[in-house]
Design a protein around this ligand. Structure first.
Ligand SMILES: Nc1ncnc2c1ncn2[C@@H]1O[C@H](COP(=O)(O)OP(=O)(O)OP(=O)(O)O)[C@@H](O)[C@H]1O
Ligand SMILES: O=C(O)c1ccc[n+]([C@@H]2O[C@H](COP(=O)([O-])O)[C@@H](O)[C@H]2O)c1
Length: 214
């Protein structure tokens, strides 16, 4: 029996066609690493400004398991930090979660993380978002000379910090927001309002779980 084949579709995929035409654009995504203990509106405002101003496809909030540079005061469990992040980013299609550091456990060195992410997603360019305090701290990061080749650091100003860096940083203009997780924890302990400093669903979670009260 003879068989005839009718080609109704082009044999090349969209990706191949884009490659041939030189249109293969890499994905551009933001990575926003932090302890998020807890996440606050300063984090959300800066992530929104960076994501929209740079035209990123997504901004991934990436809670660390254990920050490399400090012993977090009043550390709470990763599951609570993740739950608060989930509540904070719900409803914003630009935002997503990246839990690679929590899954890996141990100390969360960004070089190790970004190497792993680049291996998993070689077609993605990563924009690593940091505040001015962290920009100043970059020289102390583990394997920083290799890390700057893996990511583009994006800096956001922060009240109280005069940024200076010997490493390349792409600055995005966002309003200076004087909110810190340290201050939020202090406000919980001293019974002050968190309203408009932290998203309402995160305030509810802090109260429901009794976080940061002692
Ligand atoms: N208000 C802010 N303005 C600019 N950058 C910020 C601000 N808050 C946090 N960041 C940046 O977000 C990242 C994650 O911060 P982190 O989760 O440690 O929050 P934090 O408010 O600095 O916490 P803590 O007070 O416990 O040190 C860091 O790069 C930090 O510089
Ligand atoms: O890799 C390092 O040496 C390193 C040193 C300091 C901070 N970082 C990362 O910077 C991000 C912000 O840190 P933090 O503690 O301010 O939340 C978080 O993802 C950390 O893992 C990473």
């Amino acid at each position: 029996m003879s068989q005839t084949t009718t080609l109704t579709q082009p044999v090349i995929s969209v990706a191949m066609r884009e490659q041939i035409l030189g249109l293969d654009r890499k994905k551009q995504v933001g990575i926003f690493g932090g302890t998020f203990n807890p996440v606050h509106n300063g984090h959300l405002i800066m992530a929104e400004q960076v994501g929209t101003q740079l035209g990123l496809e997504k901004v991934f909030f990436m809670p660390d398991n254990k920050p490399p540079h400090r012993d977090p005061k009043r550390a709470i469990e990763a599951k609570d930090r993740v739950e608060m992040l989930k509540r904070a980013i719900a409803g914003n299609p630009l935002f997503a979660l990246e839990l690679i550091e929590i899954r890996r456990g141990g100390v969360s060195y960004s070089y190790e993380t970004m190497l792993a992410l680049k291996k998993l997603h070689p077609d993605t360019d990563y924009y690593f978002i940091i505040g001015a305090d962290m920009v100043n701290y970059l020289p102390k990061w583990s394997r920083i000379d290799e890390l700057v080749k893996l990511v583009t650091f994006v800096g956001v100003k922060r009240p109280g910090y005069t940024p200076s860096s010997q490493y390349p940083v792409l600055w995005v203009d966002a309003p200076g927001i004087d909110i810190s997780s340290t201050d939020i924890r202090h406000r919980v302990q001293t019974g002050q309002s968190l309203r408009y400093l932290v998203p309402d669903p995160v305030i509810d979670y802090i109260q429901q779980e009794g976080l940061y009260f002692d």
